[in-house]
Design a protein around this ligand. Structure first.
Ligand code: SAM
Length: 235
């Protein structure tokens, strides 16, 4: 992968970055996403944020090599602290991390999202937590994608600022309202795998000397919900 050849996962993230926007790509690594978007004239500029020095230096090198140092600034910073008001960022992308870390990054410096109208988030796992965050922090889901690449399944969540985000049920938060409405093969594969994993955890928990009844009940309820959804979408 490079800035001219994004993975299908990052290309899907790129698809939801609005034309003419100013992007902060948090956890940018090589800065392939923002450089690709600049090369194609989709973003006008922005920030490539990284918390680890090695990837930060990769980003700096890539930006300089492609001649975008005037439009795109690499910053060594934790999460949203890479964004300054003068950057005029309106779109934030966070890709390739777990949902818990994405949620932590968004929560811990929430005020830095003041001018941001769109979030494009790609949790590797834990999408439910990200949907919960969006619903409770003034962002309305606009689109969701689920895709399979190199043996992994990825979700991409797109949300825009809203005064009244829709309230979702637990089922919608777990599976994704848009994904539930149009389930594809990756969706079915993911949830078959999750059902199997939940069965295994349930067996282990039930085999414990002191069986934690609340945990068993929660796992049973989760498994029943997954099986019901799988049955519904396969019907
Ligand atoms: N976003 C790229 C992608 O999707 O291909 C790179 C994903 S890479 C697996 C995750 C990157 O996020 C790493 O380079 C890591 O250093 C960075 N990262 C992790 N926590 C971070 C944080 N709190 N703030 C900024 N970057 C972070």
């Amino acid at each position: 992968m490079d800035a001219d050849h994004l993975s299908q996962r990052l290309a899907t993230v790129a698809d939801y970055i609005p034309q003419g926007s100013r992007l902060a790509d948090i956890g940018t690594d090589h800065a392939y996403l923002p450089v690709n978007l600049l090369k194609r004239g989709i973003i006008t500029g922005g920030v490539a944020g990284e918390v680890v020095r090695g990837p930060f230096e990769n980003a700096q090198r890539e930006i300089a090599r492609e001649g975008f140092s005037d439009q795109l600034t690499a910053r060594l910073a934790n999460g949203l602290r890479a964004i300054e008001p003068t950057d005029q960022i309106d779109t934030v992308a966070i890709a390739g991390m777990g949902g818990a870390l994405i949620t932590q990054i968004l929560t811990q410096d929430f005020d830095r999202l003041a001018g941001v109208r769109r979030l494009v988030l790609q949790p590797n796992v834990g999408a439910m937590q990200v949907r919960q965050f969006l619903m409770t922090h003034g962002f309305q889901l606009q689109a969701e994608q689920i895709l399979s690449e190199d043996g992994h399944i990825y979700e991409v969540l797109v949300a825009d600022r809203s005064d009244h985000p829709q309230t979702y049920t637990e089922e919608q938060l777990r599976f994704g309202p848009y994904l539930l409405a149009a389930p594809n093969a990756a969706f079915v594969t993911k949830w078959r795998h999750e059902a199997q994993r939940t069965r295994e955890v349930l067996q282990q928990v039930q085999a414990a000397k002191t069986v934690p009844t609340e945990k068993v009940a929660a796992l049973q309820a989760e498994l029943a919900q997954i099986e019901e959804v799988l049955e519904r979408v396969s019907a």
